[in-house]
Design a protein around this ligand. Sequence first.
Ligand SMILES: [Zn+2]
Length: 627
Amino acid sequence: MASLGRTEPERAYWFAISQRRSLGLLFMSHVLAAVAWPYANGPRHIGHVSGFGVPSDVFSRYMRMAGHDVLMVSGTDEHGTPIQVQADKEGVSPRELADRYNRVIVEDLHGLGLSYDLFTRTTTGNHYAVVQELFEGLHRNGYIVPKVTMGAISPSTGRTLPDRYIEGTCPICGYDSARGDQCDNCGNQLDPIDLVNPRSKINGETPEFVETEHFFLDLPGFAESLGRWLDTREGWRTNVLRFSKNLLGDLQPRAITRDLEWGVPIPLDGWRDRNDKRIYVWFDAVIGYLSASIEWARRSGDPEAWRRWWAADGEGKDATGYYFMGKDNIVFHSVIWPALLLGYSGEGDRDGTPGEMGRLNLPTEVVSSEFLTMEGRKFSSSRQVVIYVRDFLDRYDADALRYFIAVAGPESNDTDFTWSEFLRRNNDELVAGWGNLVNRSISMAAKNFGAIPPVDPAGLTEADEALLAVARTGFATVGNLIERHRQKAAIGEAMRVVAEANKYLSDQAPWKLKGEDQKARMGTILHVALQVVSDANTLLTPFLPHSAQQVHELLGGTGVHAPMPSIVQVEDLDGGPSYPVLTGDYTVGARWESTPIEAGRPLAPPKPVFRKLDPSIVDEELARLGS
Ligand SMILES: [Zn+2]
């Protein structure tokens, strides 16, 4: 089964990775980095990738460097009514539309250097099979129940009107733009029929409600077991934990099927072959974390390898799992996905027996970020208050954006992206701080020694020792902050090492040491500075992988320092059409430690690593924004 339909070069590619990974397995702990699935109805803007993409990549890169066996998975979320509606509008099939944006998103995430072990999609045969297995397991344990309900249809077309296209006043808090499935103001889950003054967002008409049979997830059947589990969670951001516990007081059964043709078929007799009922997109998308792990394992040549991150009673019993998303998705990761896992594992309030995959691990931590706004306004594609990842990467470097997100992103507060702040962070911090340190220390060493100079036999001064110690202790400080998802503080500490090194160079002024008798001391100062450049570069590697590779090479290093993902065209493992995935070999590259630089290693005069931006970009970019 595992080799079904694969081409030879592709098989060799996956085999090489899995061989290298298995060599290190005994030394590592297994860490799942589960990254939110972007919806494939359009290109992604920088607000999206600042919430889930870059933070999860920083975490995964650091954890690998620190010796853990990380599995970072995600993919495009491709079912549901919005894609169906947009495909109808464009006169293409939903699959064609999903194909188009799956490719765009894969290329954008690749451009940002996001190191997914597998970035796949929800329209694969593998995903369908895993979703249906979860559905059957939950159904067997009595957590999925049928119910006759009132569904909204559009009176003018007779078609089901998707929840998110129904707007009205929230019956709970009175917010006047609540969506049919959720109120963004109070966070409560809703049903369209509950809305006061419901209206279609497509054409403004009042929807009609008709009887229809659907399956519901019995969420109240998890209130106690979820509560017990949430009580054991440590280290979560307090707002996430508080929000999640509050939801437990009022859990309602939640529909998991819809009147729709586009989605995963319902795997029960009498339903399997029906063309008008499908599993609801939210139910299938959260299962993607598990199905992508299984797809990765099947491609690796060891179809059972996913158990190392998931099997609660077996190889995965000590594994940890971190879920990254924007705050509008917390409920799916802290309540609904854990409920599905508990129910399948036979551990909901009414127990049951585990399905054939066995008991599965629940999230260790739900890492939610806040929202990014753009020049004081909400991102809006329709009003052109937006910059897409692709357009950004056409005009600026990936690490410039990654730096901004790390240092000024929406980690724990809503944050505004402004072009003037982007310019300032790039020019004053990245170029004038880190870029300048790299450039002047390597230039001076190249010009005066042509190589990394040795340390003078007279030894190191107190100032030399002090700076080296600052850099060395950075590994514990920065690493610990990244592990606790405090990336803003972490990059701040790494940049503090950079600032100390710049101050050291100014204080020591090696350029003033002109005489032959002073050359040995000059060499020592530059040796110390280059050692700290090397250390700071390692500390910054999770944040700035592209420039970290360049700095590594400027220091005379060879080979891979910061591994990058590749786009690989793969065959569907179960006979469907081929598709592009993002994957890579991350077993190579720098470790999270200070690596002594070698005196005598040749140096060439450096090329600038970062581009200084002209202040005119601010007005140019603002002119592109709509009003
Ligand atoms: Zn509300």
